[in-house]
Design a binder for this molecule. Structure first.
Ligand code: TRP
Ligand code: SF4
Length: 328
């Protein structure tokens, strides 16, 4: 359908995807596939901005990411799935945009300031890291995307993208629409230690986990911190396990747990077992689909090639327009 609005989003391939990634982004991507003309890509060049010293793992992560994507239901028939570094036009547009982007816009980017502090173990004082949003702007506007489904942390980047698009249009002529961030409500999924779920905190449940791994990780989850002993009543409202129950357990059981926890009629060990089993059941079709694609590498390669080609066609057209607009 030609009249559908175009949306685009990307993910950095920094490791296997977990439930936080799923509920924070992927689930929404899967849902909007019928509504929009979707472009989803693996931002492997963006992974270099922080992992430039250790590049050996990136291509494996890219391969894993496409398996994760396909296994949750991103569909090559509905969406254009591709890899950033396969479309060299992103780099050309990035260069051109870098000429018109004032450095202070990048220096006051809250994500930039935040990451420099968070990742203090890495030397991020590079040109590439400062320019991260410029590459992201190129990713987005080269496809003339109208919407960018992202988490709240990415809103500043979409804002910079709008500013860069506006500046380009002002300086050279109207080429780019100004994209809007598409924010969605996401459930509050925390890691086993109640911090944000993240590979680097070793507190995540992965989409590719087996039921055994799930049970093991769930057994380590911190529950209501006030509930020290089995006889103590608990408070589901402050319990991360209960948040998971709300997502994976049927309503009636959730209500029972809600009551029985408060009266100490159910213990955390049992409660977790129920949740882990339901979660494993929920993920069973995902694991099955993953196995299907894992055993068909040629098919996966073909899917990516097809996506790359579709993306490249659009990117090429835009770049022709860009070159003729700036007369170079
Ligand atoms: N910065 C995004 C992230 O860390 C990844 C990304 C790169 C992206 N380019 C993009 C997201 C373009 C949306 C659109 O998650
Ligand atoms: Fe949380 Fe369940 Fe323990 Fe209650 S019984 S504190 S809901 S894990």
């Amino acid at each position: 359908m030609a009249d559908r609005k175009r949306v685009l989003s990307g993910m950095r391939p920094t490791g296997p995807l977990h439930l936080g990634n799923f509920h924070g982004a992927l689930a929404n991507w899967v849902n909007i596939q019928d509504q929009y003309d979707c472009f989803f890509f693996i931002a492997d060049w963006h992974a270099l901005t922080s992992d430039y010293e250790d590049t050996g793992k990136i291509s494996g992560f890219v391969h894993n990411m496409i398996l994760d994507w396909l296994s949750v239901g991103l569909s090559p028939e509905k969406s254009t799935l591709f890899v950033q570094s396969h479309i060299k036009e992103h780099a050309e547009l990035f260069l051109l945009l870098s000429m018109i982007t004032p450095v202070p816009w990048l220096e006051r980017n809250p994500t930039y300031k935040d990451q420099i502090i968070q990742l203090s173990n890495k030397d991020l004082s590079t040109f590439g890291f400062l320019g991260y949003p410029v590459l992201q702007a190129a990713d987005i506007i080269i496809y003339k995307a109208n919407g960018v489904p992202v988490g709240i942390d990415q809103v500043p980047h979409v804002e910079i993208t709008r500013e860069i698009a506006r500046r380009f249009n002002f300086l050279y002529g109207d080429v780019f629409p100004e994209p809007q961030a598409i924010l969605t409500e996401t459930p509050k999924i925390l890691g086993t230690d109640r911090r944000k779920m993240s590979k680097s905190y070793d507190n995540a449940i992965y989409l590719s986990d087996t039921p055994e791994q799930i049970a093991k990780t769930v057994s380590r989850m911190i529950t209501d911190p006030q509930r020290a002993r089995r006889e103590d009543p608990g408070d589901p409202d402050v319990c991360n396990v209960f948040e998971f129950h709300k997502l994976y357990t049927d309503k009636k059981t959730v209500e029972e747990i809600n009551r029985n926890c408060r009266t100490a009629n159910i213990g955390c060990v049992e409660c977790k077992k129920i949740m882990a089993a339901n979660l494993a059941k929920e993920l069973a079709p995902v694991r099955e689909k993953r196995a299907f694609y894992e055993s068909r590498p040629a098919l996966v390669a073909e899917i990516l090639q097809h996506g790359d080609e579709k993306a490249r066609n659009v990117a090429r057209q835009t770049m022709e327009e860009v070159r003729s607009t700036i007369k170079i």
